[in-house]
Design a binder for this molecule. Sequence first.
Ligand code: HEM
Length: 674
Amino acid sequence: ALLGKRLPKYPPVAGTMLHQLLNLVRLPEYMTELSRGHRTFRMLTPTCNYVYTVDPANVEYILRTNFANYGKGTMTHDALEDLLGDGIFNVDGAKWRHQRKEASFEFTTRALREYSSGVFRDVAAELAGILAAAAVAGERVDMEGLFMRSTLDSIYFQEDCILSLKFLPLLLAALSSVLLLALYLARLALLGKRRRSYQPVAGAMIQQLLNWGRLPDYMTELSRRYGTFRMLTLNCNWVFTVDPANVEYILRTNFANYGKGAMTHDALEDLLGDGIFNVDGAKWRHQRKVASFEFTTRALREYSSGVFRDMGAELAGIVAAAAAAGKKVDMENLFMRSTLDSTFTIGFGVNLGSLSGSNQEGAAFARAFDEASEQSLYRFLDPLWKAKRLLGVSSEAAMKRSVRTINHFVYTVIDKKIDQMGRNQQEFAKKGDILSRFLLEREKDPGCFDNKYLRDIILNFVIAGRDTMAGTLSWFLYVLCKDQRIQDKIGQEVREATTGDHQDVGGVQEFTACLTEDAIGSMHYLHAALTETLRLYPAVPTDVKCCFSDDTLPDGHAVRRGDMVNYHPYAMGRMKFLWGDDADEFRPERWLDDDGVFVPESPYKFTAFQAGPRICLGKEFAYRQMKIFAAMLLYLFRFEMWERDSTVGYRPMLTLKMDGPLYVRASPRRSTGN
Ligand code: HEM
């Protein structure tokens, strides 16, 4: 992205608007001459560039490949509005789509085809008659004039125009058919406008603020009552839906019309910068491409599996020590620390040591990151946040402090890495972490991205990998503490897939060696239990997209440009109309077929990983790590809540984080050998 910024390559300048004015009477010729010199060029005007091209590849790109990025725009629309209004020639987006659909239908009806063919034949016969008369009389004929008058575009009735008089009935017939069509389209457009029905209003922002501590459940209650509804705010509608057809529409069918938008970008910019989570268009496409490539390399898969196993073993060691001492363990905290360590190690080749508690700076970073994440979500509901940021007061003062801590920490990591690379290039080239790979790329192509770009990638990677996985593992263990039957079933499956029934291994390290890719792949019940956790406790409980132009959702409800359209994984996971009467029940079996094989659901119904072109890139990655951690812990230990009947809640953040510790008692299922 930075390379794109630093080295923008614009087409050569072939002239200015003045040159075009001087050549106005021969403009097409003049532009043809320029096109011979440059296939693509610019003409400068006081307001913007005019780019001209005769290159078919460019033409295909703007007319088809990246169609969504090129349209009439406001300048053309405003200039032609008095003449063409909001007709098909002069609009983009939903208005264009609607008229195009109606017109496409009308233009292909057999009735219109037959009627117009008759008119054309009659007009042509009249024209031939006039020509015949002129030929007999030896008179000259102005063919251009005849053609003009015989087509619909130039219908002027003048008393001295014999041809028009002759053609009048036919022209009127043709004109009336066109007018009828126009009236029909206008009526449809008007009807469409009149019929535009909006989602019922379920409340206003104030209600969301009043229910802040239990927002996901409050929104679930509203979803049960309304399905799709609006919450009013001062500046735009917030639309919420749990309808899979709507979800598919915004995430896939009409993907180009729904994106992060300026509001989300601004609210998250301090934390996520221009990272993949927070951008649309070309910036998103570029990072998606690079990341998709990185995430599927075998090298990264192997490297990350190794890191997950080591980290899982370290975690198991800590739990074993607590179990031996009969002490309670806060598993939520351990998961947060261990996933932070594993994410950092894979991302940057640096073990933060937060699991072992050896790194104070790492702990401060994690705290600042949580605070910034919570504050970023709050910004969506606080209309004054920008003013507060400007003045550096209240919640925004804390946000500034958190971001400073985060930036200091991340830039230090990057600087250290650059230092390492400088000291031993050859050793460095062997490193499997993502930052090293990016730095090596930068060596080959200096200036392709700077430290700010790397910082944004890091933080996006951290929020992607750390909070989501730690949260899911914590909720997973929580529900398992409440249901020992499921816990034992997973323990048994892990045992069968790894060591078999009769040969328990003694220690963590020994067991780690049994956790092969095949063994992990065969744990269908564990896979189902993790998926069931994500159904009821989706790591990203609500996801919002900005609507770029007026549209109608598949359920018939309209949305306006600028509306914030939310689909709600947390609420969706609890809807009876989607999951049956036992929707609230934790039941991994619902994901398995009769042979016990995991069967995935439509991603538009089970939306925990999003869906469509922006589906989570780390889905497989996440399952692998979660399965390694879960398998290791459940093979070795049995867990129960430290206080038997205690429950845990959540904190409103970008991710569904537990509110407070998850204190459990761990007891060995078998000897850990530690
Ligand atoms: C349980 C674990 C996870 C869940 C539930 C999850 C869920 C999601 C969701 C809902 C999104 C869409 C966010 C949005 O743009 O609105 C997303 C995007 C993404 N996730 Fe995950 N994620 C998980 C783990 C991971 C991991 C471990 C990684 C990588 C290490 C990862 C990488 C990404 C990336 C790069 C995107 C951005 C995709 C794009 O915008 O094109 N995720 N994830």
